[in-house]
Design a protein around this ligand. Sequence first.
Ligand code: PLP
Length: 285
Amino acid sequence: MTTRININGIIEEDAVVSVLDHGFLFGDSIYEVVSTRGNRPCFLDEHLQRLRRSAEGIALTLPHDDEWFCQQVAFTLGSAGNTESYIRIIVTRGIGEIDIDPSTCHSPCVLIFVTSARIYPREWYENGIHLAVVNTKRNLKDALNPGIKTGNYLNNVLAKMESDRLGAQDALMLNSWGQLAESTTSNFFFVREGRILTPALDCGILAGITRNTVIRLAEENGFLVEEGEWPVEVLEKADEMFLTGTVKQIMPVTRLDGKIIGDGKPGSITRKLIHLYENLLKGLG
Ligand code: PLP
């Protein structure tokens, strides 16, 4: 496993970020995680578009254009030379006074972190994971909008710790109105009577790139997909559940709060979507 860290266009062996960087002090940063196929980045254009939207969301001007990001990602990937990689692009507010006011930060710090691909245990895909509905609510949309992918993930960290205490592999968060929202680093889907359902963006969730791709693939293959607002009780009649995310891809969920879903195995629609998604990725490699 080789890790390479590119800071502002230079790969540094002992990369460090200043303790006065507002990304470190206040979580004042944005980021993207990108996966690879054939060690080439997947959906990089979509990730860069979302990075730009996140930058707008926190009134941060990105110091480089997309071409620069593409070149630096390729340069860092090539330098690491892994078979498949995990890429994290981080843009922080930069160094400033030890004060919340970002106007003292004049130069954002751009980090491109590349290491070998993270892989979840195969049995999680074969048997599905256990998800726990946690008390920690997803951030309010008009407080810290979950649609902006900021480096301030404490909300999700607390939810993950809660799910760990409950003996589950991940957490399902609700929003402050008790509606289904999302998991800590993934979007949530469930299947009821053959229809694929997922919380709407208005529920206060990240517009996941995998979520969008799965919705498109499902619709192209004749499935009915509905985005909506649902209370957690709707899951009592769910036949299948799964999570989507760049690293996880499509992860079946077979237990919710200790209760078995369907026959306790990944459902047929989930398996079909995994197959379609895998074929799509193969085409990118
Ligand atoms: N929701 C949250 C909170 C996330 O952090 C992520 C990914 O990091 C996702 C959803 C899934 O997004 P994507 O499919 O773009 O990886």
